[in-house]
Design a protein around this ligand. Structure first.
Ligand code: GDP
Ligand code: K
Ligand code: MG
Length: 296
């Protein structure tokens, strides 16, 4: 094959929470995340997923801010970082849910770049039975923004993803692959484990989320073919623990069960996950500090 026949470029996946961005990404890169120590030459982006096909390599990038995006959370700094990332990719996938278009979608739409091709991805079509209604929905959304193209998919069922990639490919520049063919992410599994817990916290705590909370992977061990992962959720004050734990431990249980299932799918192996909530160490010192200065 001639070198110039190959294309490689950066693709951002954006959309309001719950439209299916993570599901889409996982299906696009395949379920199994294999980590390699080889580093690519480029540091232009934070890469979350890579898919290498016969004639193209698709490099999916993070849009910092979108993981933590929930209604009202997009402040100016976040807006700027999202816009900076989006202005540096070759193509943007704007994901919406079939027949659902709300103010939150329009908030994301407002951040879309004018000079970079944006493909409208209508996800969850498995839930949209009426094809005429679906076609009308797509026409309505397309009337609001200048999309380069549109595709309907079901990320969950892996439907029409090949068709979607076929529309992305011509938008990527001619280039040799920037990453090794078998590489699907440049993030460590440890980092991904923390990201998954963080995402669940945002999903289930929303506005209640304690300010300046941290997630720390305290242990990440291979035990036979199983992973043993210990994650600590660090809060500032004892009084914030119940927010995360919930009545009868309900919230924490939901967060850790869902996080474990995501990890098992992502790492393609059984995961034993322990999640607990801790008050940040050093806090006692801070309190002492405040007391000493009469500030408490
Ligand atoms: P994100 O917040 O945009 O990353 O959304 P997720 O990928 O976490 O998906 C949110 C929810 O939508 C999950 O419960 C998914 O299983 C579900 N979902 C994603 N794609 C599809 C789809 O194609 N069809 C259906 N029915 N559900 C989907
Ligand atoms: K989410
Ligand atoms: Mg997600």
């Amino acid at each position: 094959m001639n070198e110039t026949d190959f294309r490689c470029g950066f693709v951002a996946i954006v959309g309001r929470p719950n439209v299916g961005k993570s599901t889409l990404m996982n299906h696009l890169i395949g379920q199994k995340i294999s980590i390699t120590s080889k580093k690519a030459q480029t540091t232009r982006h934070r890469v979350t997923g890579i898919h290498t096909a016969d004639t193209a390599q698709f490099v999916f990038v993070d849009t910092p801010g979108f993981q933590t995006f929930h209604k009202g959370a997009l402040n100016e700094a976040l807006n700027k970082s999202v816009k900076d990332t989006l202005s540096n990719v070759d193509c943007v996938l704007f994901v919406v849910e079939a027949k659902r278009f709300s103010a939150a979608d329009r908030e994301v739409m407002a951040l879309l770049p004018k000079n970079i091709p944006v493909i409208l991805v209508v996800n969850k079509v498995d839930k949209a039975k009426d094809k005429v209604e679906l076609a009308n929905f797509i026409d309505d959304v397309r009337a609001e923004f200048n999309f380069a193209d549109a595709e309907v998919v079901s990320a969950k069922h892996g439907q029409r993803l090949t068709e979607l990639l076929a529309k992305v490919e011509p938008l990527l520049p001619e280039s040799v692959p920037l990453y090794p063919e078998d590489m699907v992410t440049d993030k460590s599994q440890r980092f991904l484990a923390a990201e998954i817990v963080r995402e669940k916290l945002f999903r289930y705590l929303g506005e209640e989320l304690p300010y300046s909370m941290n997630v720390e992977v305290e242990a990440f061990e291979l035990d036979g073919t199983m992973y043993r992962i210990h994650v600590a959720i660090l809060v500032d004050k004892e009084g914030q623990k119940p927010i995360v734990i919930g009545k009868g431990g309900e919230k924490l249980k939901k967060i850790s069960t869902e996080a474990r299932l995501d990890m098992e799918a992502l790492f393609d192996t059984k995961v034993y996950l322990e999640v607990w909530v801790k008050v940040k160490s050093g806090w006692a010192d801070d309190v002492r500090f405040l007391k000493e200065f009469g500030l408490d």
